[in-house]
Design a protein around this ligand. Structure first.
Ligand code: UD1
Ligand code: CA
Length: 454
């Protein structure tokens, strides 16, 4: 059966006190609505219809790359009214999942389960048992069967005691939505068109309402203010850390880890405190990441050890390398196996061959470095002339003495040596020694200027 996903995202989110529409607020670096769209794609929804209102253009632009049908709800007259807006584009058959742009973390498995139970009955929903149901719609059951949803404001004192609440997530046959939605009325305490009223209509039609509960409560939690956003972020991060531990990762403290994207891990990966992983990353077997490291769109192969406070963005690191502490690998940094990059070394758009080392205070940009070369402390590839970038080529087994400037474009042949303190502007031949220094002047028995005592 073909599945449509309908996402309600028209609310203003006044309580966020933000210029940004609520559904664009980021959770783990992704807009709230982006999480819902990602999950909709995972369940292979045939089409995704998003109902927008406030901040519509901004919301639409943010998801311009996604295949989404946008439906406007100019005035927010209730959840039922919102879904009514989709009727002109809603398929006549198939089934629809109704989700919310501000309930970001509902999981694929939960939705698949909901579709399965709802396909049999024509309508199903996710409910939840909570200690404090205040404010939520209550699930009214008779002999175990759902009869209706009563909103808190419309509920009797007895109904308010019910602790099973409506999460707002449903799965309904499209034929039934076409039949029921036009019949909604707004004669209730809030003067709104309640989507919840379709439940009583289904019961009147003799349908049984299927229901499931989420495995994790945060799956159905919504975001109305920044406190809830922060709380949901923590719950999400804890869950991600838990899943990584189940895959064999050791955390010094799972509560001090943030994953804002995805990470593929090998076995026996160890992660120290305050590590942030962004974008799509990969960590091979036995990789160790020291405290305070930030990794973005980076691959690190097996056995590599990264020491504290190293920053990676768009880097690829081979096996058994040693990086950091305080190293910075920028986009296009490609390190072969067993490379050593030490403190305060910045590497950008540079390939470094097997076993080469740059251990201290160095900038390597737009360079290609062979195997087993040693780049001395304080070496700078001068790659920029103020307008253009130029390349530095360094062969195998090269020794660059400390505090050298390599003014690109320049090539240092394999086996060559550059003496410390040189400014190299011309190519250096293989196996040769080049150095560039003013002659040292020495004066014996030199007296420094003396301070005169007053
Ligand atoms: C709704 C349910 C309630 C449920 C609760 C769960 C109804 C009538 N009630 O109540 O049973 O327990 O959710 O959180 O459905 N929205 C629109 N357009 C509108 C109105 C709402 O897009 O005209 C969107 C909001 O942006 C929000 C969502 O729908 O994302 C829920 O709306 P809200 O007004 O918060 O519903 P509740 O009163 O919380
Ligand atoms: Ca709400």
């Amino acid at each position: 059966m073909s599945t449509t996903v309908i996402i309600l995202a028209a609310g203003k989110g006044t309580r966020m006190r933000s210029q940004l529409p609520k559904v664009l607020q980021p959770l783990a670096c992704r807009p709230l609505l982006g999480h819902v769209i990602q999950t909709a794609k995972k369940i292979h929804a045939e089409n995704i219809i998003t109902i927008y209102g406030h901040g519509g253009d901004h919301v639409k632009q943010t998801f311009a790359q996604e295949k989404i049908q946008w439906v406007e709800q100019a005035e927010q007259l209730g959840t039922g009214h919102a879904v009514q807006m989709t009727l002109p584009v809603l398929p006549k058959d198939g089934i629809s999942l109704i989700l919310y742009g501000d309930v970001p973390l509902v999981r694929q498995t939960t939705l698949e389960q909901l579709v399965e139970v709802s396909s049999k009955t024509g309508i199903g929903m996710i409910t939840l048992h909570v200690d404090n149901p205040t404010g939520y719609g209550r699930i009214v059951r008779q002999e175990g069967k759902i009869q209706a949803i009563v909103e808190h404001k419309d509920a009797t004192e007895a109904q308010r005691q019910i602790q099973e609440i409506n999460t707002g997530i449903y799965c309904v046959s499209n034929a039934k939505l076409h039949e029921w939605l036009p019949k909604l009325s707004n004669e209730n305490a809030q003067g709104e068109y309640y989507l919840t009223d379709i439940v009583a209509m289904a019961v009147a039609d003799g349908l049984e309402i299927a229901s499931i509960q989420p495995e994790l409560a945060f799956e159905v939690e919504g975001v109305n203010d920044r406190l809830q956003l922060a709380a949901l972020e923590r719950e999400f991060q804890q869950q991600q850390a838990k899943e990584l531990m189940q895959q064999g990762v050791t955390f010094a403290d799972p509560a001090r880890f943030d994953l804002r994207g995805s990470v593929k891990v090998g076995h026996d990966v160890r992660i120290d405190v305050n590590v942030i992983i962004e974008g799509d990353c990969e960590l091979g077997d036995f990789v160790e990441i020291g405290a305070g490291c930030i990794l973005k769109n980076t691959k690190i192969a097996a056995g590599t050890k990264v020491q504290a406070y190293s920053i990676f963005d768009g880097a690829v690191v081979g096996e058994n390398a040693q990086i950091g502490p305080f190293a910075r690998l920028r986009p296009g940094a490609k390190l072969a196996n067993e490379v050593h990059i030490g403190n305060f070394v910045e590497v950008k758009n540079t390939t470094i061959g097997l076993g080469s080392k740059a251990n201290h205070f160095t900038y390597l940009g737009d360079a290609e470095i062979g195997a087993e070369s040693n780049i001395g402390a304080g070496t700078i590839t001068c790659n920029y002339d103020g307008a253009n970038k130029h390349k530095t080529t360094i062969g195998d087994a090269v020794f660059i003495g400390s505090n050298s400037s390599l003014v690109a474009p320049v090539t240092i042949g394999s086996g060559a040596t550059v003496g410390a303190g040189s400014v190299i502007t011309k190519d250096v031949a293989e196996q040769s020694l080049s150095f560039e220094r003013a002659q040292q002047i020495s004066k014996a028995n030199y007296q420094r200027p003396q301070k005169v005592k007053k």
